[in-house]
Structures are given as structure tokens and as C-alpha cells.
Design a protein around this ligand. Structure first.
Ligand code: SF4
Length: 379
């Protein structure tokens, strides 16, 4: 398949793997003291396991899985808020499918649906807006969830609703941004990270400039990467070459998709509709300043928090995550999924205790689905 097969070529993969071996050796990394590269994006985590890159690369290279799965970083308190909104009899609550099974303290959205709430899966916020057009007597709420990749479509749905004068549509805004949690991880003395694989889809919107602080202030390389195996191997090699050469720069391996300046139209729409929250809670990382978005006052008629009288600070503090879950430690890269006592026992994709086992981008789901069923390292 054009634009896919070229990036899965096994001959090219072997060349890259040999170069990675050499770079890791030149750095002086060992299995006991590996070079540690964090892939920020859950899509990259999934691809690394799907293609067995964790087993094809040398043991002196360790992948650390970052907080780049938006469903996974959602604290239970926000799921509880969704259920509260959805249980209003006039509400049609709409969400992407991934969020349906994320546990809340009382119930997930799927359980709330089974209990009678009108909760529907949609593929886009514009689907939710169409529901609002078709059901003018109901209040249609869209669960706005995700990083910078999904913020522009939500903003456009709000602008479209305003342009058409649709009053029975609102967004429960839980959109979050990538750069701020990276700073938290870099400031954490328990974390030792040597470099980063930057998110491809997010960077398509924001470009590469927002990551410059990582190279400038922390002296760590970051390479924005695509999602095919050769993309990831080349990006890993680019990070390793920077470490080997004593450089720290932001580079763009995924330039066929990611413009260095991002997408100025999307950036402008988001600027118009959203502003930063003072703080937002992340599973495993706690409250992080300026890491979440809320809807600006000019569009408050479309803000579900305003319509339903919710206050983020009050709600965010309500819920603790499930007893026995190590989701937070996995989420922040401090332990691997199989080190969680619940992994594969109390927590499976069929009966998940934490969101990391629910989402297709979650590290626990990736380990569960792929690890152990992969080819041994090729030489
Ligand atoms: S195995 Fe389940 S409980 Fe443990 S960290 Fe993963 S999602 Fe959380």
C-alpha cells in the first residue's frame, strides 16, 4: 500500500537497527544502565508493541511510556462528572467510544447507559451537533476529550453552533495540552530521561516550537515521529545520534505530515474558543498548571460546566483512583504495566480497573495485547 509499505520495509529496518546498535554502544549504555527514551504519545506506544520494536532494539535501550493517551490521564472525578451530566433526563450525552468504559468511582458511562442514561457514541463533535439539530427539545452534550489533535474540531463545532444559533448544544471540555506535563516529568527527580519521541498528530497542529524548552532548558533531544515502524526506528536513531554527539535539539522526522510551524488555522480557531485553565488534574501527575483548556466566556452558552453549574476545582478534588491501581505510576513512566499487581489478574481489557487497560492507546492494553507474543530480537 502506497505510503505504508515503504515505511515497513524489513531490509531498511535492519539497516536502522544496526545503526541503533552502534549508537547505543557509542553512548556506552548497558542493560543495567540503559539509555531511556520516552515516547510521549499513546499511538507510538501501541506501534512500538505492535511491531515488536521493544524487542528488536538492543536491551541497553529502554522505552518509557509517557502520558500521551488522553483517556488514560483522565482522573475518575471527571468521569463522575460525565455521569452526573448524562443522568439529567433532558440530556443526550455524546462521547467517543474509548471513553465509554473508563471507570468512574460509581460507574462508567457504559454502566450509566445500561442504567438508562441516554449516552451515545459519536465519531466527531459534528455528529453531536447534528443530534442537537434533530432533537431541539433535548440538551446535547459532547464530551470534549483529547490533546491538541482533537481541540480544533471541538472548537469548530462550537463556532458552528453559534453561527446557526443552536442553543441546545454544549461541550464538557476536558481538552488538555502536551507540553506542560513534560515539564513536570523533567522536573521529577525520580525520572531519568535521556530523550523524547515527540507526538506526530499533536505536532501537526502545534508544530515543533512548543517543545523547544526541552532542548534549551533541560538539554534533552526530542524528535517528532511518525507511526510506522521505520518512522519510529529512524526517530530513535535521531535521538540517539544527538545524545552520542552531545547535542540537544528539536527535530522533525515526520515532516511529510508535520509542518514545523504547525497549522495556523487550527491554532487561531483554538485561540478564539479556548483559554487555559489555571490548573487541571492528570491521573498520576496530579494538578498541572496551564495544562487544560476551558471554553472562553464569549462562548459560555456552549459550555456544559456553565450550563450545569459545575465547578472544575470542586469536582476534580472529589474522587480517588481505584484501590490497588498503579495507573498513576505507569502513566508517569515510573513502572512498567506488568509491575502493577492488578495487571492481567484483577485488571484485563475485558474487566479494566484503570483507563490504561481500556484505551487502545493505553500502555497496559498494549502490553497485554502484544507483549510475550513477539519475535525474539533479530541479528
Ligand atoms: S494493570 Fe490496570 S490497574 Fe494496573 S496500572 Fe494498568 S490499568 Fe491501572
Amino acid at each position: 500500500m502506497k505510503y505504508t509499505d515503504e515505511f515497513r520495509d524489513p531490509v531498511a529496518a535492519k539497516v536502522l537497527l544496526a545503526a541503533i546498535d552502534q549508537a547505543v554502544a557509542a553512548i556506552g549504555a548497558t542493560p543495567e544502565k540503559p539509555v531511556r527514551i520516552m515516547e510521549i504519545c499513546g499511538g507510538h506506544t501501541h506501534a512500538i508493541f505492535r511491531y515488536g520494536l521493544n524487542k528488536l532494539t538492543p536491551p541497553a535501550l529502554e522505552f518509557i511510556h509517557g502520558p500521551g493517551c488522553p483517556v488514560c490521564v483522565l482522573p475518575m472525578g471527571r468521569v463522575d462528572d460525565c455521569v452526573k451530566i448524562a443522568e439529567h433526563p433532558e440530556v443526550i450525552f455524546t462521547t467517543f467510544g474509548d471513553a465509554m468504559r473508563v471507570p468512574g468511582t460509581r460507574k462508567s458511562l457504559l454502566q450509566a447507559k445500561a442504567d438508562g442514561a441516554d449516552i451515545r457514541m459519536v465519531y466527531s463533535p459534528l455528529d453531536a451537533l447534528e443530534l442537537a439539530r434533530r432533537h431541539p427539545q433535548r440538551e446535547v452534550v459532547f464530551f470534549g476529550l483529547g490533546f491538541e489533535t482533537t481541540t480544533p474540531p471541538t472548537a469548530l463545532s462550537i463556532k458552528q453552533a453559534a453561527a446557526e444559533g443552536i442553543r441546545n448544544f454544549s461541550v464538557f471540555c476536558n481538552h488538555i495540552t502536551v507540553p506542560q506535563p513534560l515539564k513536570v516529568l523533567l522536573d521529577d527527580p525520580r525520572m531519568t530521561l535521556d530523550g523524547f519521541i515527540g507526538p506526530g498528530h499533536v505536532s501537526m497542529v502545534i508544530g515543533i516550537e512548543p517543545y523547544q524548552f526541552i532542548a534549551r532548558d533541560y538539554g534533552k533531544p526530542l524528535v517528532v515521529a511518525g507511526f510506522e515502524p521505520l518512522d519510529l526506528l529512524q526517530s530513535v536513531l535521531m535521538v540517539l545520534e544527538q545524545i552520542r554527539d552531545g547535542r540537544a535539539q528539536v527535530e522533525n522526522q515526520y515532516s511529510r505530515v508535520v509542518p514545523d510551524a504547525g497549522n495556523p488555522v487550527s491554532i487561531a480557531v483554538c485561540e478564539e474558543v479556548y483559554e487555559s485553565r489555571e490548573t487541571f488534574e492528570w491521573l498520576g501527575l496530579g494538578e498541572i498548571e496551564r495544562s487544560g483548556l476551558k471554553i472562553r466566556r464569549a462562548y459560555q452558552d456552549y459550555d456544559a460546566e456553565v450550563k450545569f453549574g459545575l465547578a472544575y476545582a470542586k469536582l476534580g478534588a472529589v474522587a480517588q483512583d481505584h484501590d490497588g491501581c498503579a495507573c498513576g505510576e505507569v502513566m508517569s513512566g515510573r513502572i512498567k504495566p506488568q509491575q502493577c499487581p492488578q495487571f492481567g489478574k484483577g485488571c484485563t481489557p475485558e474487566v479494566p480497573l484503570g483507563a490504561l487497560m481500556v484505551s487502545s492507546e493505553g500502555a497496559c492494553a498494549a502490553y497485554y495485547q502484544y507483549d510475550g507474543a513477539l519475535p525474539e530480537r533479530v541479528s
